[in-house]
Design a protein around this ligand. Structure first.
Ligand SMILES: NC(=O)c1ccc[n+]([C@@H]2O[C@H](COP(=O)([O-])OP(=O)(O)OC[C@H]3O[C@@H](n4cnc5c(N)ncnc54)[C@H](O)[C@@H]3O)[C@@H](O)[C@H]2O)c1
Length: 388
């Protein structure tokens, strides 16, 4: 059954990506006028986002969105601690729901969402937009085709510097109770999902280490949005979740993995770097150079060098969905996001499950993230012997 009304709940940094992508693709699957409501408790933020992308109405209470029979597709773009409550309410009301990552603060709270999604008649998903990067999807296809041989090792680093400035205001992101683990849950979630997407299930966390490098921040005088600056008060509040997290993992396929997540890596604005090693070859990619990935295949009798594979209309989603689908024309964040929203809306319109970034994927990532968090707080480290 086709959908007829779309709402974005949360008009902050990522609400804008949802609103823009719905604007781009909703008319392909739904009737005119589907861009229904933007909701934010900060009414000015809701009003601005609605005006920017042509949504008809605004709301300040998310419960009014859930109760509105004219709305049947909902994006949950709220701070992490609200994800489960709002997603469960949306599923109970029979709405299609796309929940931002992380699905929940921990696996115990993700589990009831997964159970509700399994029973629901509606379409649901977790936002794992980095799967939609054409080069990452292409690397997965190379792995599935056996080009890299047997998986041996994967390294995924998600390094950001959005929190590197100690004069950025305190917000929900820096509180364990509201955000969960810091860099780990914020960007490590994407790293875990990318690993699962490429190498399958993680079965063991060997060890992990976390650091809080800026232990307190000043409180803002007013509302905050995204990672932006704001006028600061003289009062400070502690930061009680990680700025940096690294972990060693083992996969069901026998491979080992290294994950690193940081929100204070000066110079790395929003850098996801992936390297996958198999017995026959290596593939690597970084969001800093999104137009290509590189691959090296073992050459008998000689050293294998890396070959650059540029984006092309044959790469996943580019030929069918990119605005300018030609060889080596750059695609970026908003386009990958749009590829995901397009798939989600098509699933809603056709009444079939959204599998590429499902609620189950959000629950699976939560279980791995829980294990990393608990490994980081375990005193299992082996001390290095001081020099004699
Ligand atoms: N997929 C991605 O790559 C990506 C990128 C950034 C953020 N995110 C996720 O998106 C979510 C939101 O992040 P953000 O950066 O947009 O945050 P943000 O702080 O910029 O925006 C959150 C918005 O929610 C509003 N809000 C808070 N409580 C509310 C309530 N009870 N009712 C209505 N509105 C309320 C705030 O006023 C704010 O405008 C987070 O879970 C984050 O992890 C995902």
């Amino acid at each position: 059954m086709p959908f007829h009304g779309i709402a974005v709940i949360g008009a902050g940094m990522i609400g804008a990506a949802h609103a823009a992508a719905y604007r781009q693709f909703a008319h392909r699957f739904g009737p005119a006028g589907t861009l229904h409501t933007v909701c934010d408790m900060n009414h000015e933020a809701a009003r601005k986002l609605a005006a920017d992308w042509g949504f008809a109405r605004t709301a300040t209470d998310w419960k009014s969105v859930i109760a509105d029979a004219g709305i049947d597709v909902v994006s949950v773009c709220l701070p992490n601690y609200l994800h489960t409550e709002v997603t469960l309410a949306a599923l109970a009301a029979g709405k299609h729901v796309l929940c931002e990552k992380p699905l929940a603060l921990d696996a115990a709270s993700a589990r009831p969402v997964a159970e509700a999604a399994r029973k629901a008649g509606s379409v649901s998903g977790t936002v794992f937009n980095y799967r939609r990067i054409p080069a990452i999807a292409a690397i997965r296809a190379r792995i599935e085709a056996g080009d890299l041989g047997r998986p041996v090792q994967i390294g995924v680093q998600f390094q950001c510097d959005y929190a590197a400035d100690p004069l950025l205001p305190h917000s929900w992101r820096y509180e364990l109770a509201k955000a969960g683990p810091g860099a780990l849950l914020d960007v490590g979630t994407h790293a875990v999902d990318t690993m699962r997407f490429l190498f399958g299930e993680v079965v063991e966390v060997i060890g992990a280490v976390s650091t809080i490098s800026i232990p307190e921040r000043r409180l803002p005088l007013g509302a905050t949005s995204g990672h932006g600056h704001a006028a600061l008060s003289d009062r400070t509040a502690p930061v009680d979740n990680d700025d940096v997290m690294s972990a060693l993992l083992r996969f069901a396929n026998g491979a080992q993995g290294f994950l690193s997540a940081s929100r204070v890596a000066v110079g790395s604005g929003n850098r996801l770097a992936v390297e996958v090693m198999g017995t026959e070859g290596t593939a690597r990619f970084t969001t800093e150079m999104p137009s290509f990935y590189e691959i090296a295949l073992r050459a008998p009798g000689g050293p294998a060098g890396f070959t650059r594979v540029m984006n092309s209309p044959q790469a996943p989603d580019i030929g069918t969905l990119a605005t300018v689908p030609h060889d080596a024309v750059s695609v970026g964040y908003a386009e990958w996001f749009g590829f995901m929203i397009h798939d989600f809306l098509r699933c809603c319109a056709e009444g079939r499950p959204f599998r590429n970034g499902s609620i189950e994927d959000g629950y699976a990532a939560a279980r791995v993230l829980d294990s990393i968090q608990s490994a980081s707080s375990r005193a299992a480290a082996v001390q290095v012997e001081p020099a004699a």
